[in-house]
Design a protein. Structure first.
Length: 118
């Protein structure tokens, strides 16, 4: 089992920045590719960004490309999402995800609210 705890959400004005953190515990961090997703009430959860187990490969949704950066710190078992130039449409609950490199283990955090005011 892997436990994921997100933090760093909050209220920010449009154009501002936030950094989300996701601390993982329970199993070897490098077993997992990590990702961030977001979801608004009544909508499907959507992909935001992912990073592979080594940190050598990243991928972003078109809507956040050039504004968000995903990274991971193996020593701290933590994945980050640096969000710059935030827009009101980035307002959502953001979820951290861990997906095993081998097999089909899949874990989610509890989510952290990001609100961007115009």
């Amino acid at each position: 089992q892997v436990q994921l705890v997100e933090s760093g959400g909050g209220l920010v004005q449009a154009g501002g920045s936030l950094r989300l953190s996701c601390a993982a515990s329970g199993r070897t961090f490098s077993r997992y590719n990590m990702g961030w997703f977001r979801q608004a009430p009544g909508k499907e959860r959507e992909f935001v960004a992912r990073i592979n187990w080594s940190g050598g490969s990243t991928y972003y949704a078109d809507s956040v490309k050039g504004r968000f950066t995903i990274s991971r710190d193996t020593a701290k078992n933590t994945v980050y999402l640096q969000m710059n130039s935030l827009k009101p449409e980035d307002t959502d609950v953001y979820y951290c995800n861990a997906h095993s490199r081998i097999g089909s283990e899949d874990y989610w955090g509890q989510g952290t609210q990001v609100t961007v005011s115009s």
